[in-house]
Write a protein that binds this ligand. Structure first.
Ligand SMILES: [Mn+2]
Length: 280
């Protein structure tokens, strides 16, 4: 299947700012390495003053249309986005029934407006996708439907706010901490959970916040946290998910080139894109 890249160069409602610079940087590397790119498109909004919440959902509405067009043309939508909240647009564009969510991230992204202590919308990405918050705004994104929590797995997360962690623990979301992967291997940890999710759906959306990687492997952004995955583990997980599910879209998010010493993180991103685009 042909892979089509959709760039979402936004961070917190601002275009080409901080992690919003990540998508363009990744695409430049793909071109420099002569990666066979058929088409690269970009999401853009013209909404006047940038509002973290309002503009992020305006971006999601545009992204939803793009993803629907790309998937409808028979191509695989690969979203390169500054923010994790882009998941709302991608999932909406895929339409019903909701796919499984395989979410790789250093953080929980499981805050709500009631639990967050930093007010960063991206810390609410997974909760929004699951219908736990911003329901009214998410409903403005064409095609959006909350994903059932039993279909969601969070892999590699190791940094949580206190109330965020408490909320996650009461949810049905499957959590696989990086330490478990370190101790038992990614295959042994993921396979039973993926098998369980497969009883609900065979389709999946793969969300890779690149900061799931350990900073010793690659420093991805200012939110990097120690104790993360190696590139080998990340690629192994991508490969396993592709074995077990029909991937209907994937996203690579939260890459800020400014923190990427020696371009290690962008190389990791390119390796993931190669794995995603290889034949199963
Ligand atoms: Mn994230």
């Amino acid at each position: 299947m042909r892979t089509q890249i959709i760039q979402v160069p936004y961070d917190s409602g601002h275009k080409n700012y901080r992690m919003g610079l990540g998508p363009g940087h990744i695409v430049r590397h793909l071109k420099a390495e002569h990666f066979p790119l058929t088409e690269v498109s970009e999401v853009e909004v013209h909404d006047g003053i940038a509002l973290e919440i309002g503009t992020s959902f305006a971006v999601a509405r545009r992204l939803s249309e793009k993803v629907r067009d790309v998937a409808g043309s028979g191509a695989f939508p690969l979203v390169l986005a500054g923010n994790c909240i882009s998941c709302v647009g991608t999932l909406a564009g895929l339409g019903a029934p909701p796919p499984a969510i395989i979410w790789l991230d250093a953080h929980g992204d499981f805050n709500t407006p009631e639990t967050t202590i930093d007010g960063f919308l991206d810390g609410m990405g997974l909760t929004t996708a699951l219908g736990r918050c911003w329901a009214k705004l998410a409903a403005t994104v064409p095609g959006f439907r909350p994903v059932p929590e039993t279909q969601a797995i969070l892999v590699g997360a190791r940094e949580f706010d206190v109330d965020e962690r408490a909320l996650l623990d009461t949810s049905a979301v499957h959590l696989i901490p990086p330490q478990h992967i370190r101790n038992h291997g990614w295959r042994a940890e993921l396979e039973p959970v993926l098998a369980k999710i497969q009883t609900y759906t065979r389709r999946a959306y793969l969300h890779i916040d690149l900061d799931v990687l350990d900073p010793a492997e690659a420093r991805v952004n200012q939110f990097a946290a120690p104790g993360g995955l190696t590139s080998t583990e990340l690629l192994g997980i991508v490969s396993l998910v592709r074995e077990r599910f029909t991937l209907c879209a994937a996203a690579i998010t939260a890459y800020d080139p400014e923190y990427d010493e020696g371009e290690k993180a962008v190389r990791a991103a390119v390796a993931v894109i190669r794995e995603l685009s290889s034949r199963v």
